[in-house]
Design a protein around this ligand. Structure first.
Ligand code: AMP
Length: 415
């Protein structure tokens, strides 16, 4: 199978790494890719938001499967364009991707499907926002309705800050605060059959102890030893399957990766958000544990044949990923710094490896930082303690001027 992956972050590097290890994959391409992806796939420059360009590339390469990684091309309808050319695509249509692209649409789908989520109001004026904030009380949760690359949500007890965020967005969803630990559960679906993956937890704040600003994600681990038994089955029955059924019923079937961000509250499991694609950095740890070759799973989603797939096989052990971010991330990341120690950070037995996020190769064979999140150092082990040790040992071998990472990824769960 010839496969083309769209995107160029650590999530796409994780996808490419798994696909490159699948014996069914005869050719692997990625566009635009990054310096790490270039080691396992042929990379091509492309405007990933341009459906015509992506389709032309897929046709030229003779791709038999196109995997769209990030949300922006999905919402822009890139999967529709490729599908219209008759090529199987892993990823939802632009209409179905609105589940991530519009918080208000997601709330409406959840209401229709009877999926438990935070009570909420959609507001477009300052007066409406003020009324909604006071209806729920602090801590306030204010979400930009549109795509905001993980930065559209403000959670604060400061009413003025909450109002200011509402004022800065055209349309916001204001909702009740959900307490309790968060879980990311991914499912692969073809629009009818839903196949949950293993749960993971990510770390959104920039600094240790969940301090500092919100980020795209600073690390993740899987499995969750503290999670209640039956969590996956429960979420499949109450969240994932009803949502997929509701979208099909509405005439906008969702195929690809359905990501449920969940809060396990004292009153039960609630959906915090849906995403329409693999999450970064949870993908790095979930795929590290997946034993079933990946291409066949994604192809079955793309061709509506998931019901014929054997049950997924998983590594019983654990995986941890630690993100190394650039100086100044998330506000104003500095780029262009050389990265050293990448080879030394990889374990010969494959138990630790470096996935590239924002990197690029310069002409002299050096790798430079080229984004806010620069690397995802990923390791596996018999348990979280061993996976953490290996991940942090690798992190310690990498040097990036001004680079920052959290020291407490998976720490509590490993104790
Ligand atoms: P999102 O971009 O929707 O994932 O939100 C980013 C982060 O904001 C989430 O991971 C949560 O930590 C937090 N958050 C979002 N919605 C809520 C809520 N209703 N209650 C508490 N925290 C929330």
């Amino acid at each position: 199978m010839k496969v083309l992956v769209i995107g160029g972050g650590a999530r796409e590097h994780a996808l490419c790494r798994s696909l490159s290890q699948d014996p069914a994959v005869t050719e692997l391409h990625c566009a635009p890719g990054n310096a790490g992806i270039a080691q396992v796939a042929t990379v091509h420059p492309v405007d990933q938001l341009d459906g015509a360009q992506v389709t032309a590339l897929a046709v030229r390469l003779g791709a038999e499967l196109v995997v769209v990684g990030p949300e922006a091309p999905l919402v822009a309808g890139v999967a529709d364009a490729v599908r219209a050319a008759g090529i199987p695509v892993f990823g939802p249509s632009g209409e179905a991707a609105l589940l991530e692209g519009s918080k208000a649409f997601a709330k409406d789908v959840m209401a229709g499907a009877g999926v438990p989520t935070a009570r909420s109001y959609v507001c477009t004026t300052a007066a409406e926002a003020a009324e909604a904030l006071d209806a729920f009380g602090p801590p306030y949760v204010v979400k930009d309705d549109g795509l905001a690359a993980g930065k559209g949500v403000v959670v604060t007890s400061d009413r003025a800050e909450a109002l200011a965020h509402a004022g800065a967005c055209e349309r916001v969803v204001i909702e009740e605060y959900l307490d309790g630990p968060e879980v990311s559960l991914f499912a692969i679906t073809d629009g009818t059959t839903v196949l949950p993956l293993q749960p993971a937890q990510d770390f959104k704040r920039a600094l240790d102890g969940d301090q500092g600003p919100n980020t795209g994600g600073m690390g993740a681990y899987s499995p969750l030893p503290w999670a209640p038994e039956g969590l996956v089955e429960d979420v499949l029955a109450t969240v994932l399957q009803p949502t997929v059924d509701e979208l099909r019923r509405r005439g906008t079937p969702f195929s690809g990766l359905l990501y449920a961000g969940l809060a396990l509250t004292s009153r039960g499991t609630r959906v915090i958000e849906f995403n329409a694609r693999f999450g970064d950095p949870e993908t790095q740890v979930v795929l590290a544990r997946l034993r079933t070759p990946l291409a066949g799973v994604l192809h079955a989603s793309a061709t509506g044949t998931l019901d014929q797939l054997e049950p997924l096989r998983w590594d019983e052990g654990a995986a941890v990923t630690v993100v190394i971010a650039a100086e100044g991330y998330p506000a104003a990341p500095r780029t262009g710094d050389p990265i050293e120690g990448l080879a030394e950070a990889e374990a010969a037995d494959g138990t630790a490896y470096v996935l590239h996020a924002g990197t690029k190769a310069d002409g002299d064979g050096r790798v430079l930082s080229a984004g806010g999140r620069v690397l995802s150092v990923t390791a596996t082990g018999a348990d979280l303690v061993e996976a953490r040790e290996r991940a942090y040992r690798s992190v310690g071998r990498i040097s990036l001027a001004g680079g920052q990472h959290r020291g407490d990824i998976a720490l509590k769960a490993a104790q």
